[in-house]
Design a protein around this ligand. Structure first.
Ligand SMILES: [Zn+2]
Length: 431
């Protein structure tokens, strides 16, 4: 759940989000996304979504950061594997959902898809970090990390050097949420390794730290970075697959086609020789008719929504579909995660959905349509293009609901709620 995948996800979010149970916890606890919109799906199990038109989705561990998963979609459109951010591991070949499976389309994390760019395993990179630390005795060590990811490196180094890793209270809470080994503390001075936000590794901070105590900084990253101070060291520790790993994965999986998910990538040529020549279920990738119809209906419905919602959507334009800016570069920082404290206004909470939390503003049928929408292949990541509702709508709606006695509301079914929403919108159009 890196921040380049969570743009727009705040307490005001009101569309279903499908993710792993761990990401579900983070979405709610760190970004305040209302629980009723979060649909955690067990990893490794197949889930059938939709009613009239169904799609089977299987979440698979993507070995990238805690909670990250790949999405395997199967339906009338064929079989699609969307890796999201992932680091290939040969253990993926033991995955029953992938073994011997015909894949029509592979959406691939091509972050490091450059043959000239070698990248060691994370274990080897950890050893490089340990060696660097050993060659700087009497030094404090500051490691720059994003809000999520590289926790294993921190744990391994803490174990190796028998020291606590000092982190901010915010990060400590996160480490506890992730149920990581007890090697983290927020007590300053309790350990000589510190993990800080990557943005804190700068020339001026290194100067300041070194006036207090000899200090080196480590940046674990697979990308080339500009080093601004001699005591900043990069370690090629990456949560994305190396070029060789990508080749091994595609060669083993033999998909019919490969689509890079990082903008500007042209990795297809490297994989051409590994592709299956078997006919694709849907070579031109047309959306099945019933899905098209449901999407058209949904678009029509959207067109009827009050103008202020649409305007708001324009303000919140985020990358659409599966193509997004290169991850990690400058976006995977904690600012977006920590800075989000939007007011608790959303149709879900104002309507205080049932305890099960799945009956707020959408029926199951609509859930299926969401999952099937051909416009949202990015459903695999947390980014979506739903507009954030305007403040007026949920507030007014909440007021209307708050004035309704609880025993009356308890009798309301989700369908009734949907109708009330529609009526409310209609009123808005005529007024
Ligand atoms: Zn990521």
């Amino acid at each position: 759940m890196h921040s380049d995948h969570t743009v727009g996800l705040t307490s005001t979010w009101c569309r279903p989000l499908y993710c792993s149970p761990l990401t579900a916890r983070l979405l709610h606890r760190r970004l305040q996304v209302p629980m009723c919109w979060i649909r955690p799906l067990e990893v490794g199990q197949s889930h059938v979504l939709g009613e009239e038109v169904t799609v089977t989705v299987t979440l698979l561990d993507s070995n990238h950061c805690p909670g990250s998963v790949m999405f395997l979609f199967e339906g009338a459109f064929g079989t699609i594997l969307y890796t999201g951010d992932f680091r290939y591991s040969s253990s993926m070949q033991g995955e029953p959902a992938l073994r011997g499976r015909h894949i029509d389309r592979l959406y691939l994390d091509n972050t490091h898809c450059h043959p000239e760019q070698a990248l060691p395993s994370r274990q080897l990179a950890t050893r490089q970090a340990a060696h660097l630390i050993r060659t700087h005795p009497q030094h404090h060590v500051v490691i720059g990390v994003y809000s999520l990811g590289k926790e294993t490196l921190l744990v391994d180094l803490a174990m190796e050097f028998s020291t606590w890793v000092v982190v901010s209270p915010w990060r400590l809470e996160q480490m506890r949420l992730l149920e990581l080994p007890d090697v983290f503390t927020s007590e300053e001075g309790a350990g000589w390794i510190r993990a800080v936000d990557v943005a804190e590794i700068r020339w001026d901070t290194l100067v300041t730290w070194n006036t207090l105590h000899p200090t080196i900084a480590i940046l674990p990253t697979g990308r080339p970075v500009k080093v601004t101070h001699p005591k900043i060291h990069t370690i090629p520790y990456s949560d994305h697959s190396s070029f060789l790993e990508l080749c091994e994965f595609v060669k083993w999986l033999k998909p019919c086609s490969v689509i890079p998910i990082v903008k500007g990538g042209t990795c297809q040529t490297y994989f051409q020789k590994y592709l299956s020549s078997a006919p694709q279920a849907l070579p031109d990738f047309q959306i099945p008719k019933p899905v098209q119809e449901s999407v058209q209906q949904e678009n029509k419905r959207k067109a009827l929504e009050p103008l202020h919602l649409l305007r708001r959507a324009a303000h919140h334009s985020v990358p659409r579909g599966v193509v997004y800016e290169s991850p990690e570069e400058s976006t995977e920082n904690s600012e977006e995660l920590t800075g989000v404290r939007a007011p608790q206004q959303n149709c879900c909470e104002s309507a205080f959905s049932s305890k099960e939390g799945h009956t707020c503003c959408h029926t199951d049928k609509e859930k299926g349509q969401e999952a099937l929408s051909g416009e949202q292949p990015g459903a695999a990541s947390a980014v979506s293009q739903a507009p954030a509702p305007d403040e007026h709508f949920p507030t007014g709606f909440a007021e209307q609901y708050l004035l309704t006695p609880l025993n009356v509301l308890k009798q309301n079914s989700s369908q009734k709620f949907d109708k009330l929403v529609e009526d409310f919108f209609r009123k808005g159009e005529t007024s």
